[in-house]
Design a protein around this ligand. Structure first.
Ligand SMILES: [Ca+2]
Length: 230
C-alpha cells in the first residue's frame, strides 16, 4: 500500500524539478552592427561588466541559477569611470536601430528576460544611457534560420547610469526556441549609437526526446501499477 504514494511523490518531485524556471545565460550573441572589438555583441551575454559589491564577477547569473534570490539583484556597472571598456554591446555611429540575436545554447520554453539596459556613464562625459534600447520587435527561432514574431515591447526602462543597477524583468512567452532576436525600433534618444549592457532569459528547458520518453515510460508504469493494485 505504501509504495504507490512514495512512487507518486517521487514522480511529482521529478516533474516539479523539471518544470522549475531557471535563468538562461545565452552562449553567444551576434549583431547587425558592432562599434568595435570592445563593444562586441557577446559583451551583452558573457558577464563582462557585472559587479557585486564593487568587485567584478562575470561568473554570476549563469544558466541554471534560480530566478529567485540574489541572482537578479547583482549590481551591474557598465562603461567606465576611468577608461576600461568591453562591458556592453553597441552599434556603430549612425546605426540607431540595430538587430541583435541571442543563442540560448539549447531549446527553451521562455517566460521572460532580464535586461540591464545600456548603463554607460563615464566621468567627464554626458550621460550615455540614452543609447539604451526603448522599443523592440521580438522574434524567436529553433534553428537561427526561420524566425517567428514574438510581439513588440515598448518603453523598456532606461538605465540609471549608476554602479548599482539591477536591471529589469520583462515577460516574454516563447515555445521551443534557441534563438531570440531583438529588432530595435527606437533607443532612448541618442543620435549616436544603440546598445545594451547585459541580458539573461528565463524559462524552462525543453526536455530532450530521450528524457521525455523516459518520463512517459515512468508515468505509464505508474499507471499500470496503479491499475494492478485495484
Ligand atoms: Ca556586459
Amino acid at each position: 500500500m505504501s509504495s504507490l504514494p512514495n512512487t507518486l511523490l517521487l514522480t511529482l518531485t521529478i516533474t516539479a524539478s523539471l518544470n522549475a524556471a531557471v535563468i538562461i545565460q545565452p552562449t553567444n550573441a551576434t549583431a547587425s552592427s558592432v562599434f568595435d572589438g570592445q563593444t562586441l555583441a557577446v559583451s551583452s551575454v558573457n558577464g563582462d561588466g557585472m559587479f557585486v559589491g564593487g568587485v567584478a564577477d562575470d561568473s554570476l547569473i549563469e544558466t541554471g541559477d534560480a530566478i529567485s534570490g540574489s541572482a537578479l539583484t547583482t549590481a551591474s556597472r557598465e562603461g567606465s569611470d576611468g577608461g576600461s571598456t568591453g562591458y556592453n554591446w553597441h552599434s556603430v555611429v549612425g546605426v540607431l536601430i540595430p538587430t541583435i540575436t541571442f543563442d540560448l545554447g539549447a531549446a527553451y520554453n521562455l517566460t521572460g528576460f532580464h535586461l540591464w539596459n545600456h548603463n554607460q556613464n563615464p566621468l567627464g562625459s554626458n550621460n550615455l544611457t540614452n543609447r539604451g534600447i526603448r522599443n523592440v520587435n521580438l522574434f524567436g527561432s529553433p534553428d537561427n534560420i526561420t524566425f517567428s514574431s514574438l510581439g513588440t515591447l515598448s518603453n523598456l526602462t532606461q538605465a540609471p547610469g549608476t554602479n548599482a543597477y539591477t536591471g529589469e524583468s520583462y515577460a516574454l512567452a516563447a515555445s521551443n526556441v534557441q534563438f531570440i532576436r531583438f529588432g530595435v525600433t527606437a533607443n532612448h534618444g541618442s543620435n549616436d549609437v544603440t546598445g545594451i549592457s547585459e541580458i539573461r532569459f528565463e524559462g524552462l528547458a525543453v526536455p530532450e526526446p530521450g528524457s521525455a520518453a523516459l518520463l512517459a515510460l515512468g508515468l505509464a508504469s505508474l499507471l499500470t501499477f496503479s491499475r494492478k493494485r485495484r
